[in-house]
Design a protein around this ligand. Structure first.
Ligand SMILES: NC(=O)c1ccc[n+]([C@@H]2O[C@H](COP(=O)([O-])OP(=O)(O)OC[C@H]3O[C@@H](n4cnc5c(N)ncnc54)[C@H](O)[C@@H]3O)[C@@H](O)[C@H]2O)c1
Length: 339
């Protein structure tokens, strides 16, 4: 690649980051994509064939020297690297603080040293926490209920402060329950959509914490990538946080019904205790987003779930084919040994 905008993505080996890298590499205005990721929750394999087209730097955003190299010539930095889980932060608040809050500060310092590229960073709807108003407006009071939410509030506040103190161009985005292809199931902090798809494809019951009437503004990862790409190409900035969701509201019970429809058979459901720190209702007021990004479009939930399910099926088929080949190799190997 040559010419065009140079973009550094922290957390580019994660779910949202790897989708974003794909979007950026296919955009004619983007010339180079650098990724910084320590692969603590992400994996280089998520980048697939895109890995060969990126300047991949494995390491932590807490490493100032690594960041200087990765950010030096960037026109924009998209800061997604974080430990992205409420329950994880309840178990280990300091680890979340280091990765998420101190990590953001390190990225902002690297951007400042590099002469001030645009910094777009991921905050989270969890900052609204106990705030009862619906839909959630950026003007309402943030009332975080978990250490994770506090780290995200710190993230967006630091972006605002760097704009005020150093005139750094910034865009803090509050993501709301993002889902889509490449979101991993099978780990203790996995999000609800991949976990439920994985359970359903394995023939297991899906677990609902609480009664399932809690609601979420489910946002397809393609919408997130579209908005961030536009922010970079059109240089959209805001010192104040911006909700990145289109104002939809789906209960977990409705999500279960829709997933059953898309899968072709109803899901079996088990209810367990609510989780500490979880938010009951979440729906974005999208007016600030649409003021800045009039072309932002929501992928309909059924369409997004269909794309997500297709990715899970492909991944399972590929894993099945690999274990079949390994089985054949083992059979050949054992035959060779006994002959
Ligand atoms: N997925 C969602 O619904 C959602 C909602 C709100 C906010 N967010 C935020 O969006 C961002 C991306 O989330 P995701 O869902 O893609 O999660 P993810 O875990 O798939 O991606 C995070 C990436 O950051 C990397 N990382 C973690 N700590 C690092 C460090 N110290 N240095 C370098 N890399 C590090 C991980 O290896 C991973 O690749 C996060 O900041 C998260 O808090 C996500």
């Amino acid at each position: 690649m040559s010419g065009g905008l140079r973009v550094t993505v922290t957390g580019g080996a994660g779910f949202i980051g790897s989708n974003l890298v794909s979007w950026l590499l296919r955009h004619p205005a983007i010339g180079q994509v650098t990724v910084v990721d320590d692969c603590s929750t992400g994996s280089m394999s998520l980048l697939g064939s895109d890995l060969a087209d990126t300047d991949f730097r494995r390491g932590s955003v807490l490493d100032a020297g690594l960041l200087d190299q990765a950010v030096a010539r960037a026109d924009a930095v998209v800061h997604l690297a974080a430990l992205p889980s409420v329950p994880r932060s309840v178990l280990d608040p300091l680890a979340s603080h280091h990765a998420n809050a101190t990590g953001t500060l390190q990225v902002l310092e690297a951007a400042r040293r590099a002469g001030g590229p645009l910094v777009v960073a991921a905050s989270s709807s969890s900052v609204y926490g106990a705030q009862p108003s619906l839909p959630k407006s950026e003007d309402s009071l943030a009332m975080p209920l978990s250490p994770y939410a506090v780290t995200k509030l710190a993230t967006e506040a630091y972006l605002g402060a760097y704009h005020a103190c150093y005139a750094l161009p910034v865009l803090p985005l509050r993501f709301f329950n993002v889902y889509g292809p490449r979101q991993q199931a099978g780990h203790p902090y996995a999000a609800v959509v991949p976990t439920w798809i994985d359970a359903a494809l394995s023939g297991s019951a899906v677990t609902v914490h609480g009664d399932g009437t809690q609601t979420r503004d489910l946002t397809c990862v393609d919408t997130v990538c579209q908005v961030i790409t536009t922010a970079i190409t059109d240089r959209v900035t805001s010192p104040w946080p911006v909700n990145l969701a289109l104002g939809t509201r789906t209960s977990l019970l409705d999500l279960i019904d829709l997933l059953g429809d898309v899968l072709g058979s109803p899901l079996r459901v088990e209810h367990t205790e609510p989780r500490p720190g979880d938010v009951t209702h979440s729906q974005a007021d999208a007016s600030r987003l649409l003021g800045l990004f009039p072309d932002a479009t929501a992928v309909p939930l059924r369409e997004g779930l269909t794309r997500t399910l297709a990715w899970h099926r492909e991944r399972r088929a590929a894993a099945g084919a690999r274990s079949g080949q390994a089985g054949q190799r083992t059979a050949v190997g054992s035959h060779a040994r006994t002959s």
